[in-house]
Design a protein around this ligand. Structure first.
Ligand code: FRU
Length: 502
């Protein structure tokens, strides 16, 4: 394919999300804010747009919305694939890879050892370092630095712990098929000693991957910190396939104790809805947070895809976008600690919005009503709706009057839905066409949603970001209509504001 044809056909390339120029990506890796720039590394196949040849790709952004792709940061070789991991700024040069005046960035990644490597079939943790702010990397000569002789030990996230127990590096990683997070401690990133394990707990319908551990103030109170342990699992999510769950509790420097565990041991499918999910949609996986973001903000990015059909989505020449970066907060909701999320990118840095549309206090009668003047491909939609007699009501995005993606409320079920059965291309995999649901509560029959629509995705934030749903869609480029709909009765739009970005 020539570059010209690739560009013409590349109708799904996102405007607000990162995707590699012409290659495959999966998990975000090594997220760090350093020298005024957000660094996004990621699982990348530098040679193709399906999974393989796993290496760390690299992109940077000043605003979390516009990204610049750089050469591959850490490449696979004959001995190892470079699986997921994290990066820390080793400001005291504890590793000795830099100097006191020029401390290094240190990447901690999983070596997935290949046949003939001497560690065939093993996954173990290895180091690489950068002395130029993250653009070029050198593998440590004494890799791996942490080897349990396991075939399923991966995805190290290293944090700098500074608490009652002392100051040291803490690694969370997984024994994926044991549904366990394993915690280690180090003073120099090279020598690691075991601390504790966590799990199995709550969702265990698939392997545990890509954990993270961080503290957050509860309800904004810096004197009341709680710890959050996030764990992605595949499959076993609330709407099938890949998803991320979280636990809230305490970390004393050795052990994470969860206050939100519902079930221990093997998963009870009946109770999936009681677990805490980072996102209820089909395309939010391998979420991890940035290190060193100013003002103690906790920002996360996930891979916007699902292993059920990841290698088949109809994008070209690239495959798989990342989600928007999201700011995560911890709030007491119904007496329980819960995460809420909102988009974190600096939208003000984008060129002026291409237009806005608004509507107030308007009844939706039974049927589909296209909103003249609200059409667009890339939009932020803020809508407040109130229940009437309709059994389902909401918005149809990227539509043409008959077809489109429905984002709606089913009040009797207490459900937020994303229905992508008629969203555009769906036939590339039997698991893709779906109606996905998330629980949504209301005290007075009204609902507020913020939705980001891009060329191949919708991200829905409901209930002030307590419930989010992220889904890929592949609409025809000509399908730009925005409509409201009600089925089997009426509903009301209290307010609607649409901001067009492209
Ligand atoms: C999660 C994952 C990780 C692994 C990486 C390999 O999507 O399976 O556990 O490190 O992808 O690409």
């Amino acid at each position: 394919m020539t570059a010209a044809t690739a560009t013409t056909a590349d109708t799904f390339r996102p405007a607000l999300h990162y995707a590699a120029r012409n290659t495959w990506l999966n998990d975000p890796n090594g997220l760090i804010f350093h020298d005024g720039v957000y660094h996004l590394y990621y699982q990348n196949n530098p040679l193709d747009n399906v999974w393989g040849n796993m290496s760390w790709g690299h992109a940077t952004s000043p605003d979390l919305l516009t990204w610049t792709e750089h050469p591959v940061a850490i490449a696979c070789d004959d001995d190892e694939d470079i699986f997921s991991g994290s990066i820390v700024f080793d400001r005291d040069n504890t590793s000795g890879f830099g100097t006191d005046s020029a401390p290094p960035l240190v990447a901690v990644y999983t070596s997935a050892f290949k046949p003939g490597s001497g560690h065939q079939g093993i996954q173990a943790q290895s180091l690489a370092y950068s002395l130029d702010g993250g653009y070029t990397w050198t593998k440590h000569t004494a890799n791996p630095v942490l080897n349990r002789g396991s075939a399923e030990f991966r995805d190290p996230k290293v944090i700098s712990y500074d608490g009652d127990a002392g100051s040291y590096w803490v690694m969370v990683a997984v024994e994926a098929t044991d549904f366990q997070v394993v915690l280690y401690k180090s003073y120099d990133l090279k020598n690691w000693e075991p601390l504790s394990t966590f799990g199995p707990a709550n969702a265990t319908g698939g392997v545990w991957e890509c954990p993270d551990l961080f503290s957050l103030p509860v309800d904004g109170d810096p004197n009341n910190l709680q710890w959050v342990l996030t764990v992605n699992l595949n499959p076993g999510g609330p709407n099938n396939g890949s998803a991320g769950q979280y636990f809230v509790g305490d970390f004393d420097g050795t052990t994470f104790t969860s206050a939100t565990t519902v079930t221990e041991g093997p998963q009870d499918p009946e109770r999936l809805g009681e677990y805490q999910w980072l996102d209820w949609g089909r395309d939010y996986y391998a979420a991890v947070s940035f290190s060193d973001v100013p003002d103690n903000r906790r920002l996360m990015i996930a891979w916007m895809n699902n292993w059920e059909y990841a290698n088949h989505i109809p994008t070209s020449p690239w495959r798989s976008p990342m989600t928007l970066a999201r700011e995560i907060s911890l709030h007491t909701i119904g007496g329980k600690p819960r995460l809420t999320q909102k988009a974190a990118g600096n939208f003000r840095s984008l060129s002026a919005p291409a237009g806005t549309f608004s509507l107030e206090d308007s009844e939706i009668s039974d049927g589909i009503h296209i909103l003249e003047g609200a059409a667009g491909r890339v939009q932020r939609i803020d809508i407040a709706l109130t229940t009437g007699s309709a059994r389902e009501f909401g918005l149809i995005v990227r539509g043409d009057g008959d077809h489109g993606t429905r984002i709606g409320i089913r009040p009797a079920e207490g459900a937020l839905i994303v229905d992508r059965r008629d969203s555009g291309q769906t036939g590339f995999h039997e698991a893709f066409a779906s109606v996905d649901t998330a629980p949504i509560r209301t005290a007075d029959g009204s609902y507020e949603l913020t939705i980001y629509v891009d060329h191949c995705s919708v991200e829905v934030f409901a209930q002030d970001g307590l419930v989010t749903m992220t889904e890929l869609i592949f609409p025809a480029p000509g399908n730009t209509d925005l409509a409201v709909y009600a089925s089997g009765g009426t509903a009301t739009v209290n307010s609607l504001r649409v901001t067009q970005y492209a």
